[in-house]
Design a binder for this molecule. Structure first.
Ligand SMILES: *[C@@H]1O[C@H](CO)[C@@H](O)[C@H](O)[C@H]1NC(C)=O
Length: 451
């Protein structure tokens, strides 16, 4: 439960923070900074009214803070089970692969990784959803075909290695009835009544370890990196064996966020990416729980890196919504698409900052912002419906520079290897949130400064 009184304090703190200038790389404590680059962003709309499209040149001001640039994403071919470009036209014919790997000539510290999957490589439905990701690991012949094709693709385009953002089946979202009181009991029920999502999960976990081991054996001859990204809502306990994977990976990046999304939980909004366990939530749906699982199962801290999102999740508020506490009551699915990203239920940080910024309790745009003074759960903001103007209300749980800095401090205190910014194209790449338009990438910079 979050009392509204914290609003006053929050505003004072954010005003005092001011601009942050992080140290240039390499960082003295040799942390890594993975910068994810979602190439789908080139498909966003570009008109006079909407400047959503992300051009490659926009990466430039970010790269001095990145040790690794992660190209998202490549795909697995349904039939051959080989690694292939997800968007042949853009990646290969328009040469974006090479444009990106050649950024290394101006940024000698930079390694560029080709990432596979990442929830962008969509196939099948129901039990068949992303089945090819299980098929690849299931036999040594399939694994070999995948590894050889990956090796060829990575080498021919000058990548420094591969990142497996493997699309294992996701955990089922909780079934929630409306009403705060019912929230608790529903949570308890799911603990005992978990439905099985993959009967061969244990086998797949062992086979995935084999894939990673065999992949590293092939890649290591050419000094190529092998990293893993654990995607949101993939249960590490089920699919990842930290101790067995450790010798064969350079880094593992934990995308410990999106625990709540309007797609998974249309009637329940909550902090999407809390750092610590919150009262009466599932104990394994926070950053700290994920990190503890990996560390307590024999994975070295200096190879573990923490994903930090650069966006917020949004829900529509009903006319009778109650927002005094978190979770709020009276939700009606995904919030409206933002002007730049044009996707329901998600807003990029610059789309959020223009709504919530401003001194006082309520921003000029009519949003009330509650910054996370506890540094445990993340920020949120909301705007109630306006019946007169016939405007929907919206509730936004989001990462901001302050919460990103808290996560970086956590990484530092735990001696983890670094951070992964997910992703650059949703951070403030135009400097919209700053008074100085050359001051770009607010979340990336705040996180790097906190390391
Ligand atoms: C993850 O799997 C374990 C069992 O291996 C289970 O106890 C736990 O509830 C699961 N977590 C989620 C979020 O589904």
């Amino acid at each position: 439960m979050i009392p509204l009184a914290s609003v006053f304090l929050s505003v004072a703190i954010s005003a005092a923070l001011g601009a942050i200038s992080p140290p240039p790389l390499p960082l003295p404590n040799s942390k890594v900074v993975f910068c994810n680059y979602e190439t789908k962003s080139h498909l966003r709309e570009e008109t006079m009214q909407c400047q959503g499209k992300f051009e490659l040149s926009f990466l430039e001001p970010a790269l001095q803070y990145c040790t690794h640039l992660v190209y998202g994403y490549a795909a697995i071919n349904d039939e051959s089970l080989k690694l292939v470009p997800l968007n042949e036209q853009f990646d290969v014919i328009k040469d974006n692969y090479r444009h990106v790997t050649s950024l290394k000539s101006r940024h000698p510290q930079l390694k560029v990784l080709l990432s596979v999957g990442g929830n962008d490589d969509i196939s099948g439905e129901g039990q068949e959803k992303n089945l090819k990701y299980r098929e690849v690991v299931e036999s040594s012949a399939h694994r070999l075909a995948f590894i050889n094709s990956a090796h060829t693709l990575v080498k021919s385009f000058g990548f420094d290695g591969i990142d497996l953002a493997w699309e294992f089946p996701e955990t089922k979202p909780k079934k929630i009835k409306s009403g705060f009181g019912k929230f608790w009991s529903a949570v308890k029920k799911t603990f005992t009544g978990e439905t099985v999502i993959d009967e061969d999960a244990e086998k797949h976990r062992e086979q995935f370890t084999s894939l990673v081991k065999e992949l590293k054996n092939t890649f290591k001859a050419d000094n190529l990196l092998v990293t893993l990204t654990v995607l949101p809502n993939i249960n590490s306990t089920v699919y990842y064996d930290p101790r067995a994977l450790a010798p064969h990976v350079d880094f593992v990046s934990l995308h410990a966020f999106d625990f709540y999304t309007p797609q998974r939980n249309p009637k329940l909004a909550d902090f999407p990416a809390p750092l610590y366990d919150l009262i009466d939530r599932r104990p394994d749906e926070n950053v700290d729980a994920w990190v503890k699982y990996w560390l307590s199962n024999g994975f070295p801290a200096n190879k573990l890196i923490l994903g930090i999102p650069t966006y917020g999740r949004t829900w529509k508020l009903d006319d009778d919504a109650k927002v005094d506490n978190v979770p709020p009551e009276g939700l009606d699915g995904a919030g409206d698409p933002g002007p730049l990203t044009k996707d329901a239920g998600i807003l990029s940080y610059p789309e959020i900052c223009v709504r919530v910024q401003g001194a006082g309790n309520v921003s000029p745009q009519g949003y009330r912002k509650i910054v996370d003074v506890t540094k445990r759960r993340g920020s949120y903001a909301y705007k109630l419906p306006d019946e007169e103007k016939d405007e929907d209300g919206i509730w936004i749980g989001y990462e901001d520079p302050e919460s990103a800095a808290s996560k970086a401090a956590y990484v530092k205190n735990k001696g983890l290897g670094g951070i992964a910014i997910d992703d650059l194209t949703l951070d403030d790449f135009r400097g919209t949130c700053s008074r100085d338009r050359f001051d770009k990438y607010a979340i990336l910079k705040a996180a790097v400064a906190g390391l």
